[in-house]
Design a protein around this ligand. Structure first.
Ligand code: ZN
Length: 430
């Protein structure tokens, strides 16, 4: 690509940056927690159709995807699980096609008093935009959309098909991205602009969610010695899971991509409920757990190990021996994915192309970082043989309070993605 054209695209991002920030502000004000994504998706769909893209809006249907590899058990209902895809169809198709993916769902905001300002009333302060989901990952959706706008403002369009995807369910199952595969969206590479702090995510872990239910016999607290305290019964089980976590992180089992990471596989007891009354011995307790696994781990075997761990611990406990814990899986059954192990010529070319674009915009080398989290990249990489690059802006307090994205980083990432599209897809006249 000639330098003049490259400059034009970079300047295009700059001249549209106020509009990009406004778009991000509006998108972040939509409270798109799981099950409530509809208005945010309507907004995305209208922005796409205003720009002349072919827009596909559909309700994810469990029946269509439940038989596919990568499917995760569903939490709640899918009445409002709407995916949106905007397609650019190239006239010449001389370049490589591309999926630009992002998720619209955001995690719950938590206690409001922990936020300095309301989480769904975004604000800009000292170069950062604040709000739930602004980093994870509405800024990424903005970067994807405005990277395409910048190319158009230079008088060009990608010379290959490009699919802009805004999907649901990334934070709990990934079934939104899976539904895009099922619907037939396929390209030579995918780019997911998750908040990776301007690094390339070289590997990601798998994630398993499970729930443990304990039931006992309720009695008055004065007879607590004869009763079964379901809340206290959870403690030895959690301790046993922590021992399992420790053994899975043992050096000898470590995936090479995580060799320098001292504790890549994190267990999280993320939610616990139990009991009904301060003076009644609790008859029930339920807790939800997230556990990570390395790329290449068979999820069935990992689940078997978790169950054995819990049942063994239960057999050593007087109450649990007679009240076996019930283990159910809902949400993530996500395999790990290592981009660097995705053996395909296109993988190398895609990485090199992103490296060049990043170098041109930032002046520094693109750093490859293995993440201890999961993303939708696994669907493209594992189940569609499509190299999936995760690359996005600097952000802080993702899933926390006062979540924020750095706006100059968003500008750079938008520029990098625009150059990546121009190089990967090549360009044709509008
Ligand atoms: Zn995310």
């Amino acid at each position: 690509m000639e330098n003049g054209l490259q400059d034009k695209i970079i300047k295009g991002v700059n001249s549209l940056f106020e509009a990009e920030k406004q778009f991000l502000h509006t998108l972040t004000s939509h409270q798109s927690t799981r099950g409530n994504e509809q208005s945010a998706q309507d907004f995305i769909a209208s922005e796409l159709s205003e720009r002349g893209y072919e827009v596909d809006v559909w309700n994810v249907n469990v029946k269509d995807i439940s038989h596919l590899p990568g499917f995760s058990p569903v939490i709640g209902d899918y009445t409002n699980a709407i995916n949106v895809v905007g397609s650019h169809k190239s006239k010449t198709k001389k370049g490589r096609s591309l999926i630009l993916n992002g998720h619209i769902d955001v995690v719950p905001e938590g206690p409001l008093e922990m936020w300095d300002t309301p989480p769904f009333e975004p604000r800009i302060d000292n170069g950062w935009m604040y709000g739930r989901g602004v980093g994870d990952m509405k800024a990424g959706l903005a970067a994807n959309l405005f990277a395409l706008d910048a190319i158009r403002s230079a008088g060009f369009a990608p010379a290959a098909d490009v699919f802009f995807q805004s999907v649901v369910e990334e934070e709990c199952t990934g079934n939104g991205a899976l539904a895009c595969l099922q619907r037939g969206y396929k390209a030579d590479a995918a780019l997911i602009s998750e908040p990776s702090d301007e690094t390339l995510t070289s590997s990601q872990l798998g994630v398993i969610w499970f729930q443990v239910q304990l039931r006992g016999i309720p009695v008055h607290v004065e007879r607590a010695d004869t009763g079964s305290n379901a809340i206290k019964a959870a403690i030895p089980l959690i301790t046993a899971l922590e021992r399992l976590e420790k053994s899975w992180n043992n050096e000898k089992y470590k995936h090479p991509a995580y060799a320098s990471h001292h504790h890549p596989l994190n267990l999280n007891v993320g939610k616990i409920e139990g009991g009904d009354w301060a003076s009644s011995v609790p008859a029930w307790c339920t807790f939800d757990v997230r556990m990570a696994v390395f790329p290449g781990t068979d999820l069935k075997l990992a689940c078997n190990e978790i169950e054995t761990c819990l049942l063994t611990a239960a057999s050593e406990n007087t109450f649990l021996r007679n009240n076996s814990p019930k283990i159910t899986y809902h949400g993530f059954q996500a395999e790990g994915y290592s981009l660097l192990e995705h053996i395909k010529p296109e993988t190398k070319i895609a990485i090199n192309t992103l490296e060049k674009a990043h170098q041109e915009i930032t002046g520094s080398n693109l750093v490859h970082v293995p993440t201890t989290a999961t993303t939708d990249a696994r669907f493209f990489g594992l189940y569609s043989d499509t190299p999936a690059l995760v690359y996005g802006p600097y952000s802080e307090a993702i899933h926390g309070f006062n979540e924020r994205v750095n706006l100059e980083s968003l500008r750079r990432v938008t520029q990098t993605i625009a150059l990546f599209i121009a190089k990967w897809c090549e360009l044709e006249a509008l």
